[in-house]
Design a protein around this ligand. Structure first.
Ligand code: CTP
Length: 229
C-alpha cells in the first residue's frame, strides 16, 4: 500500500491559538445503577484525530466516552470524560461557545431507557419490557451554543448504497460545515474508506482505504489547511 500524501504540519500562529473540540467513543445509556445500553464504537478515530489536530498546533478538548483503547497522550490534548448522551449534551453546551472547530466523532445513542431504576433491578421469571425514549440529535439541538463562525463537522455511518444521499441530508439537517461518511462495514474495523462531504458541494477523500490513524492524519491536515487558507 502506498503511503497517503500528507500536507506539511501547520505551525501557523492562527492555528496554535485556536481550540478544537473533538468527541469520541460510545455513549452508555443507564438502565439501572449497574446496567446500560451501549454500542460498539471503539473511539479510535476520534482519539487519533485529537492527536493529529494537536500535531497541527490546535489546542484540543477531547470529550471522551467509555473506551477500551489507550487515551491520547499529547500536551495540547485535554480529556473531558462523558458516559451518557445526557452527560455529552451538558458537556457540549459548556464547551461549544469556545470551540473554533468541532468534530463530532462520538457514536451517540439514538434511544435511551425512559426511566433509570435506582439500585440493581432484580431478575423476574416473566421477563421484562424496557421502555425507550429518543435521544435528541445533539449536533442539532446544541446549535445555538456554537461559537459564531465556528466550523462543525459530523460523522455518518451509512450503508454503501446510500452513503452520499444520507450524508448530504445529515449535513443540511444538522447545519454542518462538512460530514465524514463511512460505509457501515468500517464500524469496529481497523480500516476506513471515508469521504468528506463539504457544505459548498466539494468532496474530498484520501484516495484509498487506510487505517483510522492515517485517515485521522489526513483529515486533520484538511481541516487545518482549510482553516488557514
Ligand atoms: N449525533 C448526535 N446526536 C445523536 C445521534 C448522532 O449529535 N443523538 C451525531 C453523531 O455524533 C454524528 C452525526 O450525528 O456526528 C451522525 O450520526 P448518525 O448516527 O449517522 O445520525 P443520526 O442522526 O443518528 O441518524 P440515523 O441513526 O437515523 O442514521
Amino acid at each position: 500500500m502506498q503511503p497517503i500524501p500528507q500536507p506539511a504540519l501547520q505551525s501557523s500562529s492562527a492555528a496554535t491559538t485556536r481550540m478544537a473540540l473533538v468527541t469520541a467513543g460510545p455513549t452508555e445509556e443507564p438502565i439501572d445503577e449497574v446496567r446500560f445500553l451501549g454500542n460498539r464504537s471503539s473511539g479510535r478515530m476520534g482519539v487519533a484525530l485529537a492527536t493529529a489536530l494537536a500535531e497541527h498546533g490546535w489546542r484540543v478538548r477531547l470529550a471522551l466516552g467509555p473506551i477500551r483503547i489507550a487515551p491520547p497522550c499529547h500536551p495540547l490534548v485535554e480529556i473531558v470524560p462523558f458516559r451518557s448522551s445526557q452527560d455529552l449534551e451538558a458537556l457540549l453546551r459548556a464547551e461549544l461557545p469556545a470551540a473554533d472547530l468541532v468534530v463530532m466523532a462520538a457514536a451517540v445513542a439514538d434511544y435511551r431507557p425512559r426511566v433509570v431504576e435506582t439500585g440493581k433491578m432484580r431478575r423476574s421469571a416473566e421477563g421484562m419490557t424496557l421502555a425507550l425514549e429518543g435521544v435528541p440529535d445533539l449536533l442539532a439541538t446544541t446549535k445555538t451554543a456554537r461559537k459564531p463562525a465556528s466550523r462543525v463537522f459530523g460523522f455518518a455511518l451509512e450503508p454503501a448504497e446510500r452513503l452520499r444521499a444520507s450524508a448530504l441530508e445529515k449535513l443540511v439537517r444538522k447545519d454542518l460545515a462538512g460530514i465524514v461518511a463511512n460505509p457501515l462495514e468500517t464500524m469496529d474495523a481497523a480500516d476506513i474508506d471515508g469521504t468528506l462531504f463539504l457544505r459548498d458541494g466539494r468532496e474530498r477523500t484520501p484516495g484509498e482505504r487506510c487505517s483510522k490513524e492515517a485517515f485521522a492524519r489526513w483529515l486533520a491536515a484538511e481541516l487545518s489547511t482549510m482553516e488557514v487558507s
